[in-house]
Design a protein around this ligand. Structure first.
Ligand SMILES: [Zn+2]
Length: 215
């Protein structure tokens, strides 16, 4: 927030004219809180992680789900409760926390098992942001190089989609989560997406994982 404020103020600093300070963005050169707030609001809007959502060759339904998740529009149990549906709120995946979109996609221990595959391959640590929007905004991967950038951008989307499908399977069909099967599903989904735009690195699953790990 402070960074946004500084950026905004740098771009719209007042000018000194005729020995008086004028606010360039304000009507008649005067400072108005409403207009300053509006500038900050526009600044925040520009941080919407569109590039992290609409990623080339990622299935549209997956990007659309990520878009809904970013806006907090996914129908998780907390949202259903707000709409008046009488349900206990307990995460279908871990069974030990309340379900909301940020929990199931980022903070749930089951989702973390998928994130940890990638962090383990690359030997990196990531301080998890609070929200899906912040996660996609900060998922830049400047260290992975140009060729891996595409697959890097697909990773959060692939985790979101794999977790959401499993959550729905548990919610509508019942059963218990099988973390090992979920990990396999995630890695295979990612590999299948990568095959579309990778060459020989994606011929085998092991080769693909080694290629990711070799950044
Ligand atoms: Zn959970």
């Amino acid at each position: 927030m402070v960074g946004d404020l500084l950026r905004t103020l740098r771009g719209h600093r007042p000018s000194l004219e005729d020995d008086s300070i004028k606010w360039r963005q304000g009507r008649k050169g005067s400072f108005r809180v409403k207009e300053a707030y509006s500038l900050l609001d526009k600044s925040n809007a520009s941080l919407f992680p569109a590039r992290g959502i609409w990623v080339d060759r990622v299935p549209t339904k997956v990007s659309f789900f990520a878009w809904e998740a970013t806006w907090g529009k996914v129908l998780t149990l907390d949202k259903l409760q707000i709409r008046g549906v009488q349900l206990p709120n307990c995460c279908f995946l871990c069974g030990c926390a309340e379900e909301n979109v940020n929990h199931i996609l980022l903070h749930c221990i089951v989702a973390r098992a998928l994130w940890d595959i990638i962090f383990g391959l690359l030997d990196i640590k990531w301080v998890f942001p609070e929200t899906v929007k912040e996660a996609l905004t900060s998922w830049r991967g400047s260290f992975v190089g140009k060729k891996r950038k595409q697959i890097w951008k697909s990773i959060p989307l692939c985790i979101f989609w794999t977790v959401w499908k499993e959550r729905n399977r548990l919610a509508f069909r019942g059963g218990v989560v099988n973390v090992q099967r979920l990990k396999n599903s995630f890695v295979c989904n990612l590999w299948n997406w990568a095959k579309v735009y990778l060459g020989e690195e994606a011929f085998s699953l092991i080769g693909f994982l080694e290629w990711i790990a070799s950044t």
